[in-house]
Design a protein around this ligand. Structure first.
Ligand code: OGA
Ligand code: ZN
Length: 366
């Protein structure tokens, strides 16, 4: 990839193909102090007010910089490296390859909490692992004063839901969700009925005195890829049929229609939703339903199988942060008479982790 000049025009050469860069594109990127605010990197001019037929008056190309003077008098010196970066409109996060895992995974992605961890390289490593595996566990996170709120807001901003800014997961009288009982919770994703579904869930263990109440995690990415390979018809139907997910309590009715396996515009894995307590397939042809029910049964078998499920016990201070679009989570049953089991939970969105990751990358020149 390189930049070339000819007749007051700038060209971008890539793998033998040479294309002109629109002069307006370059004019928009004029970056001197009169044009861009240094601190925010926001434009001080409105490019929609510029003449469309902007022309270049003078060009100078050196090894690292392109200098341009435009006919309207604007001058700029652009770093070649920055121009080249913009040619691949790449989301860096997508380039962190997911690592598929199953119950044989041994590295639990543990990181020890420290007061200033949010600004340290350690947090960068933790977030990279989060994107690779879909979860990380922070150990020794303070359990006082709803610290989870602090923790979440130090990565990004809490995403409030109908369960509040954060929620207490313990066995309660008259619960509005089965999570607030001592019943087992089979692997599920949270809030599939919300638009959009919260991206990342945090569960922070405050007390865990019971002998049961193990936490479970399943990699939805591994399981759906397996389903695709072994049962392509099942995979196909689960990527096609939009199911209604529903949550109802005294104050709200929440519904959304979505595929159990949602693909992106390239047909690649995007998100799983799974909560067979809350899903309602539409009334479609009998044959299709027949296939759909077999497919749901199979994926449920896989999600619940020992082959894919991690089972571990959270100790007080452990904070599990997991990708709610990729992983399923759950817990085994427990006996509330044995003692207290108390977790606190909340959600954040991907822009929080992405924003933090990019900030730390910039800060440590990584
Ligand atoms: C939840 C949940 C798991 C647990 O609250 O969404 O799945 O360990 N809890 O209690
Ligand atoms: Zn849950």
């Amino acid at each position: 990839m390189k930049i070339e000049l000819k007749d007051k025009k700038v060209f971008f050469e890539n793998k033998g193909s040479k294309k002109e860069i629109h002069p307006f594109w370059l004019r928009e990127r004029v970056n001197g102090d009169d044009f861009v605010d240094k601190r925010t990197q926001q434009r001080l001019f409105d490019p929609t007010g510029l003449k469309e037929n902007i022309e270049i008056d003078h060009l100078n190309l050196s090894k690292d910089f392109l200098e341009i003077t435009f006919k309207d008098g604007a001058y700029t010196k652009l770093a070649i490296e920055n121009i080249l970066k913009e040619f691949s409109n790449i989301n860096e996060i997508k380039f962190i390859d997911k690592i598929k895992w199953d119950s044989t995974l041994e590295d639990f992605n543990n990181f020890e909490f420290k007061d200033n961890i949010f600004e340290e390289q350690e947090m960068y490593k933790a977030l990279i692992n989060f994107y690779k595996y879909g979860f990380v566990i922070f150990k020794k996170v303070p359990t006082r004063n709803n610290f989870i709120v602090n923790f979440a807001n130090s990565i990004g901003s809490i995403r409030r839901t109908n369960f509040g800014e954060f929620f207490d997961v313990k066995s309660k009288p008259n619960p509005n969700d089965l999570a607030y009982t001592s019943l087992p919770l089979a692997p599920h994703t949270d809030n599939p009925y919300r638009k959009p579904v919260p991206c990342i869930q945090m569960l922070h263990c405050i007390e865990n005195e019971v002998s049961g109440g193990y936490s479970t995690l399943v990699d939805g990415y591994t399981v759906t890829q397996e389903l695709k390979k072994k049962f392509p018809d099942y995979y196909k139907i689960l990527t096609e049929i939009k199911v209604r997910f529903q949550f109802i309590d005294q104050s709200v009715v929440l519904e959304d229609w979505a595929e159990m396996i949602q693909l992106d515009e390239n047909g690649e894995f995007k998100q799983v939703r799974f909560s067979p307590r809350l899903d309602f397939v539409p009334l479609i042809d009998r044959d299709k339903l027949e296939l759909y029910y077999s497919a749901r049964k199979k994926i449920s078998e896989l999600y619940n199988s020992d082959k894919y499920r991690l089972e571990f016990k959270l100790s007080p201070g452990d904070l599990l942060m997991m990708d709610n679009h990729r992983l399923l989570h759950g817990r085994t049953t427990y006996d509330a008479n044995e003692g207290n089991r108390f977790l606190q939970g909340c959600y954040i969105d991907y822009d929080s982790t992405e924003g933090k990751l990019k900030h730390l990358k910039r800060k440590f020149n990584l």
